[in-house]
Unconditional design. Structure first.
Ligand code: ADP
Ligand code: MG
Ligand code: MG
Length: 909
């Protein structure tokens, strides 16, 4: 809109625009208005139905109401008249094509009303089947087909409509149904006859009247409008919101609605319904994989209510249908060039396709399928690198085993293992429903007694990279008494179990986790394709030689953060550290530091050796000193207790305070109060903003001195042995140029001293961590002294938001629920705010020093969206925990490749 127009003209333009919007897309009779590329508009399901129709596959006809109508509904709580008009037109077209009328006449048309957004959200939104049935049309259906079938379909409609549209609890209907089964002594749903189902329908209508304060709508058109709007509303239900948050899907996209002629899998033993995958989504092998049920309707398979049969059995029961299905799905896979997850229904021996989409898979399967497809010539290597989501590579590093304590409800799982709580739980359910999503998110694994490998539970957990054992027939779950029975043994909430997701085994107790497998051959091949795209280097955060060695195995190209204080917490060192802190003059402090020097030197030497040929960034001491001392409250208690303590108690106190100079019981009277005085001197109201970071090294320069000496002595020693070392000394928490200059001077002086003493030099850099907004603002100044920057985005997030990282969990859940924050800013970098500081500081720093090396070393360094950001703003490297190195490598490659190939990245969401 480059030109300015008069208001009236603009009004006209916008109204005529509105009439131009195509809201409804028809599919049927061999052609569709839309196509497979239109996922934004038609949703994944709608696009798939259009594409399959165009490919002349057997798809029941219907139409898709596009996502814009949903967004309209979100804005105005209703859709525009134009949507209604286009829908009625499409309905007429469908009725003509089918030679039927919606819910009318001797052969009534019945439809499903199905949700379907751009990214698949299995089971998170709603779908209604058999719409169009009412007191008359059910009789017509009974006459044409079978009475039992007709009444069963009608009662399903009332149940689904009652729940989804009229918002009546599912349990209200279940109670009626179960009571009827009990009265008729029926074991299975299918044991109820037509007469019994008729009774159920009457009871259901009463349930509707009682809870919705209205009758079940008899007018088919009214049913359709109400169902459509309810599906639009289901975009905003809690589980859908939750799923979007976990999967980072935009809340504004909206869902499309698909209205489609029903086909019936519940017409008897020559009918059925099923779902499947063109390859194994758990382990990626090339095999036909899926499940079906005879005489059943769609939801029966995916909801996990009945445990289905393996799809290969279909070959024996209906060989022709089986072959046709294999043929179609193979074609679909070739067409989409990706593994497909499909739904089908067989009505009286005739096959219908109801859905196809790129299937969700585990990381293992994702890598294998990508490799196979390149081999088969289906996709290129460039495409292949987008077929795996960076976080999925985690699967190769974390054991395929879940170990945890049993919980029986999703709420309980959240209570025990929710945000910030460390407990590991296994969610055990008879079957999981999409409402359990919040519990599934926090659980280490999921175990269900019903439902198969294609149930919602299995599909969703696979997408989350979690371990799931679904449909373990031997176990019996009683959610009421909170017990699980397995072959005579009883398990209760809190008992430990282990799950093996690949073999489906459930093991009593806490099994040792299997070692990670970064040397997996297929993974290695895949990473060989990935790495050449990458512009960002990937380093690891590692404090000790063991972690550094691990990090190299995962492909780390250096250490971005080696925290020296972690070395001080070790059992043999903390006494010296404490002596150093307790010293109240420089001389005593130096004596203590001297004892620490050789220990630090040995650690650094180990890390340098592990990183032969790569840079190692070592940070000087950062945390507030009191972290190394006993707690003030504990000291006060001991002082109060001391006068009344018996010999035994005194002995244990001597043991405890030995390292602070207590040689015998007589010393305690002096030692503990002295200690308390020092602890009180060091006490700070806000230690995270207190005497820490470079402030320590400035007030006690001998600490920095000792650390620099340890670093350079180690570097020189290993360098003499032929190891290539590149130490980078990093000063934490600077805010001003002078701070940097002060600490930099010490490091340079000590380096020169050591090189002279040892008659050997190594290359090194001195730089700083940028973790205060002020540092970012004056980055051009700081860069005069700093030879590199590393963004400490944990602290930078903390200081930019003013959130305490350790306490944020009190507010974060509310913030996320209310949508005040979209994501935990400590997990995914806040690009809008904190990111601006990163970008600005990089730019300013490089103005002063064009070759300034810049990286990040917070938790964000291994989070894909943050890595992508780092690529975009031109950092040199990201540094993350060793276990996230693979993920960061892939994320960095995808970011660069997407730019190069000018694609958005064909990720499977
Ligand atoms: P979801 O996205 O939760 O899988 P769907 O819209 O795919 O929801 O529908 C739920 C179930 O109902 C699926 O098993 C589907 O195959 C079945 N279904 C949907 N529409 C029809 C139809 N027109 N005829 C027969 N079964 C249908
Ligand atoms: Mg589906
Ligand atoms: Mg910090």
């Amino acid at each position: 809109m480059a030109t300015t127009t008069l208001p009236e003209t603009e009004m006209e333009v916008s109204t005529s625009r509105k009439n131009d919007v195509k809201y409804v897309y028809f599919f049927g009779g061999g052609k569709a208005d839309g196509n497979g590329k239109m996922k934004d508009v038609l949703g994944g399901k709608g696009a798939g139905l259009a594409e399959m129709t165009n490919a002349a596959l057997p798809v029941p006809p219907g139409f898709t109401i596009q996502t814009e109508a949903c967004r309209e509904y979100m804005r105005q709580n209703s859709v525009s008249k134009e949507v209604d008009r286009q829908m009625d037109e499409a309905l007429k077209q469908l009725e003509q094509l089918q030679g039927q009328q919606l819910g009318k006449g001797e052969n009534p048309l019945l439809v499903s009303v199905r949700s379907g957004a751009k990214f698949s959200m299995p089971g998170m939104m709603d779908t209604i089947l058999n719409l169009g049935l009412n007191d008359q049309s059910v009789e017509a259906l009974a006459k044409r087909a079978d009475a039992r079938f007709a009444y069963d379909s009608y009662r399903r409609l009332i149940q689904m409509f009652g729940n989804v549209v009229l918002e009546i609890e599912k349990s209200e209907f279940e109670e009626v149904f179960d009571a009827k089964k009990k009265q008729r002594k029926a074991k299975l749903d299918t044991d109820l006859d037509a007469k019994a189902l008729k009774d159920v329908i009457e009871e259901y209508k009463k349930v509707v009247k009682k809870h919705a304060k209205r009758d079940f709508p008899q007018d088919p058109h009214e049913q359709l409008v109400m169902a459509r709007d309810a599906v639009f509303r289901s975009w905003q239900n809690d589980r859908a919101k939750h799923y979007r948050r976990i999967n980072n899907i935009d809340d504004m996209l909206g869902t499309a609605v698909n209205v489609q002629a029903m086909v019936f899998g519940n017409l008897g033993e020559t009918s059925g319904t099923g779902v499947g995958f063109t390859r194994n989504p758990a382990i990626g092998t090339k095999e036909f994989y899926g499940e079906f049920l005879l005489n059943a309707q769609g939801e029966d398979v995916v909801s996990g209510v009945r445990t289905p049969v393996h799809i290969l059995e279909l070959e024996k029961i209906m060989p022709a249908v089986y072959n046709q299905l294999r043929d179609i799905t193979t074609r679909l896979e070739k067409h989409y060039k990706d593994m497909q997850d499909f739904e089908f229904t067989i009505q009286d021996g005739k096959l219908y396709m109801l859905q196809t989409r790129n299937g969700k898979r585990t990381g293992l399967a994702a890598v294998r399928v990508a490799l196979q497809m390149v081999d088969e010539g289906l996709i290129t290597k460039e495409e292949a690198i987008f077929r795996v989501e960076p976080n999925q590579l985690y699967d190769f590093l974390v054991p395929r085993l879940a170990v945890g304590q049993i919980v029986f409800t999703a709420d309980e799982a959240v209570e025990k293992a929710g945000l910030g709580k460390k407990a590991s739980v296994i969610l055990v359910r008879a079957e999981t429903t999409p409402e359990d999503i919040h519990g599934m998110e926090v659980a280490a694994g999921i175990l269900t007694s019903r439902g198969g490998m294609t149930s919602h539970a299995a599909v969703v957990t696979r997408g989350m990279g979690k371990c799931c054992v679904a449909g373990a027939g031997d176990i019996e779950v009683n959610e009421k008494s909170r017990e699980m029975r397995v072959k005579g043994q009883v398990f209760k909430a809190g008992d430990w179990i282990s799950l093996d997701g690949t073999t489906g085994r459930v093991i009593k107790g806490q099994l040792n986790t299997l070692p990670p497998s970064p040397d997996d051959k297929e993974l290695q091949t895949f990473m060989k394709w990935v790495d050449p795209f990458r512009k960002l280097k990937v380093r690891a955060n590692a404090d000790i030689p063991r972690d550094a060695i691990q990090a190299r195995a995962f492909g780390a190209e250096g250490i971005g953060l080696c925290r020296t204080e972690h070395m001080f917490f070790a059992e043999d060192r903390i006494p010296h550290m404490q002596a150093m802190i307790l010293a109240n003059n420089e001389k005593d402090r130096r004596t203590a530091l001297k004892k620490l020097l050789p220990m630090q030197r040995a650690d650094f030497a180990g890390v340098f050796k592990a990183m032969d040929g790569y840079a190692v960034t070592i940070r000087t001491l950062d945390p507030p000193l009191h972290e190394f001392l006993p707690r003030r409250e504990d000291l006060m208690v001991d002082i109060a207790v001391l006068p009344y303590a018996d010999a035994k108690q005194k002995k244990s106190m001597v043991e405890k305070y030995k390292r602070f100079g207590a040689k015998g019981a007589a010393d305690l009277k002096k030692v503990i109060p002295t200690l308390l005085r020092r602890v009180e001197e060091l006490h700070e109201f806000n230690p995270m903003l207190g005497h820490r970071g470079c402030r320590l090294g400035i007030t006690y320069p001998e600490i920095t001195e000792m650390q620099a000496r340890a670093i350079f002595e180690a570097a020189v020693t290993v360098s003499k042995q032929g190891v290539k070392v590149y130490p980078e000394v990093m000063i934490p928490l600077t805010a001003t140029l002078k701070e940097m200059a002060n600490q930099g001077a010490i490091v340079h002086r000590v380096a020169a001293e050591v090189f002279k003493e040892k008659e050997h030099k190594v290359d090194y850099l001195v730089g700083t961590m940028i973790e205060l907004p002020r540092a970012a603002l004056v980055a051009d100044e700081i860069a005069k002294e700093a030879q590199f920057f590393s963004f400490g985005t944990n602290d930078l997030t903390q200081t930019t938001f003013g959130f305490s990282r350790d306490d944020v969990n009190k507010i974060l859940p509310t913030y996320l629920n209310e949508g005040i924050l979209k994501q935990d800013p400590f997990a995914a970098l806040d690009q809008e705010g904190v990111g601006q500081l990163v970008e600005m500081a990089t730019e300013r720093g490089r103005k002063t020093r064009p070759d300034l090396k810049v990286g990040i070393c917070g938790e964000h360094g291994g989070e894909p969206s943050s890595v992508e950001f780092c690529h975009r703003v031109g950092l040199n490297y990201v540094s993350c925990s060793p276990f996230r190195v693979l993920t960061a490598r892939l994320a960095a490659a995808q970011a660069a490749a997407a730019e190069q190939l000018k694609v958005e990245g064909g990720r499977t969401k």
